[in-house]
Write a protein that binds this ligand. Structure first.
Ligand SMILES: Cc1ncc(COP(=O)(O)O)c(C=O)c1O
Length: 306
C-alpha cells in the first residue's frame, strides 16, 4: 500500500488485473468470473444498474441487510420481504413470493444484522427450485467467519444465474479502503462491468487486498479473536439474562428492551452500537465483536446502563 501510494499520480489499474487473477486462482475460477467493486456494496448497486427498471421487484427477507432495500428504491423497483423464520430467511416463503416481476433475489449468508446462517442443504433445495432465468445473489460478506460455509461458487460453475459477493471489509480488516468482489458466470460479469466507472477501485485498495489475500495468518488470528469474543458475549449476555441471536458473523444482535435508548447511553461511554429500528427490531442493538479489552468495556458499559 505504501508503494502504491508513491504512484498516486497515476490512475489505478481499471481492470484490477492482478487482484482478479489472484482471486481466480484462489477460488478456482477464471478472471472473467470476477468483478471488483468499491466495497461489495458497489456491486449490489451495479446489479441494480444492470438488471432493475421501475416496476421490477427485488425479493429478500425481513431483517435482511438494508442495502437491498436502498438499491430497490434507487431504481424504482419494489422490495418484497418475506417474514423471517427465527430471525433468519424463510426460503420456502421466498420461493412462494416469486412473481413474474421478480428480477433479483438477495440472500445474505450469514445475514447482517441477525447473524443467522443457512445450511448448504437449505441453499441447495432453494437454488433447485428458483426458476433459472432469475438472478440469485448470495451476499457472503461474513463467509470467512463460518466454520464450514456452504459453497455457492459451484452454482456458478454450473452456469446458474448466481452472483456470490464477498468483501475485504470484514475478515481482512480493510473496510475503509472500500474493496469487495463479485463472482458469477462470465456473461453476467461482462454486463456488470459495463455498469461500473472505469476506475472504480483505487490502487491502494487493490494493493492492500492483494496482500491481504495472501495473509493467511491474519485471517486465522482474526477468526480466532472473533470466535473467542462471540463466546465471551454469549456467556456474559446469558448471565445478564439478555436475549441474543446466535451469530455466525463478527457481531451479535441483543435484545436490550429499547435499542434507541441503549444506543444513546452507550455513546456516552464512547461506544457505538447499532440501533435496529430501521430493521423493524426496535428492542435490539447489534454489537460488533472486537478485541477482548473492547468486548469487556462494552459489556461493562451495558451492565451499568441496564
Ligand atoms: C451482508 C453485507 N453485505 C455487504 C456489505 C457491504 O460491505 P462492503 O461494501 O464494505 O464490502 C455489508 C457491510 O456491512 C454486509 O453486512
Amino acid at each position: 500500500m505504501h508503494a502504491a501510494i508513491e504512484n498516486a499520480q497515476r490512475y489505478p489499474d481499471g481492470g484490477a488485473h492482478y487482484l482478479r487473477n489472484a482471486l481466480a486462482q484462489r477460488l478456482n475460477m477464471a478472471l472473467e468470473n470476477i468483478i471488483i467493486g468499491n466495497g461489495s456494496n458497489e456491486i449490489i448497486e451495479l446489479l441494480g444498474h444492470a438488471f432493475l427498471k421501475p416496476g421490477d421487484a427485488i425479493l429478500t427477507s425481513e431483517h435482511a441487510f438494508v442495502a437491498y432495500k436502498i438499491v430497490a428504491r434507487i431504481f424504482g423497483a419494489q422490495i418484497i420481504e418475506t417474514p423471517s423464520r427465527n430471525y433468519g430467511y424463510d426460503l420456502d416463503a421466498m420461493l412462494d413470493a416469486i412473481t413474474d416481476r421478480t428480477e433479483l433475489i438477495f440472500v445474505a449468508n450469514p445475514n447482517n444484522p441477525t447473524g443467522t446462517l443457512l445450511s448448504a442443504d437449505a441453499i441447495e433445495r432453494f437454488v433447485a427450485r428458483v426458476p433459472t432465468h432469475l438472478i440469485i445473489v448470495f451476499d457472503e460478506a461474513y463467509y470467512e467467519f463460518v466454520d464450514d460455509p456452504p459453497d455457492t461458487l459451484r452454482y456458478i460453475r454450473e452456469e446458474r444465474n448466481v452472483v456470490t459477493l464477498r468483501t475485504f471489509s470484514k475478515i481482512h480488516g480493510l473496510a475503509s479502503l472500500r474493496i469487495g468482489y463479485g463472482v458469477a458466470r462470465p456473461e453476467l460479469i461482462a454486463v456488470l462491468q459495463k455498469t461500473r466507472q472505469p476506475f472504480n477501485v483505487n490502487a491502494v485498495a487493490q494493493a492492500g487486498a492483494l496482500a491481504a489475500l495472501n495473509d493467511e495468518q491474519h485471517q486465522v488470528a482474526t477468526k480466532r479473536m472473533i470466535d473467542e469474543g462471540r463466546a465471551f458475549f454469549e456467556r456474559d449476555l446469558a448471565a445478564m439474562r439478555l436475549e441474543y441471536i446466535p451469530s455466525a458473523g463478527n457481531f451479535i444482535l441483543v435484545n436490550v428492551g429499547d435499542g434507541a435508548a441503549v444506543f444513546k447511553a452507550m455513546l456516552e461511554h464512547k461506544i457505538i452500537v447499532r440501533a435496529m429500528r430501521g430493521y423493524h427490531l426496535p428492542q435490539w442493538v447489534r454489537i460488533s465483536i472486537g478485541t477482548m479489552p473492547q468486548n469487556q468495556r462494552c459489556i461493562a458499559a451495558l451492565r451499568q446502563i441496564l
